[in-house]
Design a protein around this ligand. Structure first.
Ligand code: HEC
Length: 175
């Protein structure tokens, strides 16, 4: 009886060890390695130069400013494609709100300004680090600087891929 019990124990233990070894390996084989995202807010982005703005209507109802670091700005001005290594493009999003103050002056609702910040998005060009996403690292940060959920960041690349002709970047330089 004791012998049988010992055998059972050994069998269970062996199974456990086997599972521990096999399961992660199988998991690894099934899943692509996760594409890396930008994990830190690029330093000094608020001082970068303005490239263009975009308003998104509907539920988002946002007002966005697109800024670029020096590398981005120079490439934009020179019409350089693909964007060089070190390019960083920031999209600062705010709620699009009517300005009561301005509208009083106009006598009607016609002035809209940035309301509360909703998020900050980045695209960073580093062909080695972000090889899995065509050389661009993507990320959204909350207004207080925390990265958004990884799940939400998986949507960036598949949509931006639609702008393949302009190196995954939608925004044009506003003269
Ligand atoms: C459904 C498509 C779609 C998805 C998903 C999407 N974007 Fe965009 N993105 C756009 C379009 C279109 C623009 C230009 C218009 C605008 O800014 O509203 C844009 C603009 C940008 C810009 C300014 C540079 C450019 O390409 O014009 C950045 C930076 C950016 N997106 C980052 C992100 C990040 C980070 C994610 C993922 C969290 C993301 N986007 C998800 C469509 C998308």
């Amino acid at each position: 009886m004791i012998k049988r019990f010992t055998f059972l124990l050994v069998a269970v233990a062996t199974m456990a060890v086997l599972l521990a070894v096999i399961a992660p390996a199988a998991d690894h084989a099934n899943q692509q390695p996760a594409a890396p995202f930008v994990t830190q807010i690029p330093h000094g982005y608020r001082n970068w130069m303005w490239i263009s703005s975009a308003h998104e209507a509907g539920n988002l109802n946002s007002l966005g400013a697109v800024l670029g670091n020096d590398v981005a700005f120079k490439a934009y001005r020179e019409g350089k494609l693909p964007f060089p290594e070190g390019t960083i493009i920031a999209a600062l999003h705010y709620r699009n709100v009517p300005s009561d103050e301005n509208n009083k002056v106009f006598g009607q609702v016609q002035s809209f300004v940035p309301g509360v910040p909703t998020n900050i998005q980045f695209m960073v060009k580093d062909s080695k680090k972000y090889a899995a996403t065509s050389g661009w690292g993507f990320a959204t940060f909350t207004p207080d600087g925390k990265p958004a959920s990884v799940a939400s960041m998986k949507s960036c690349f598949p949509c931006h891929e639609k702008a393949k002709a302009t190196d995954l970047v939608f925004t044009r330089y506003a003269p």
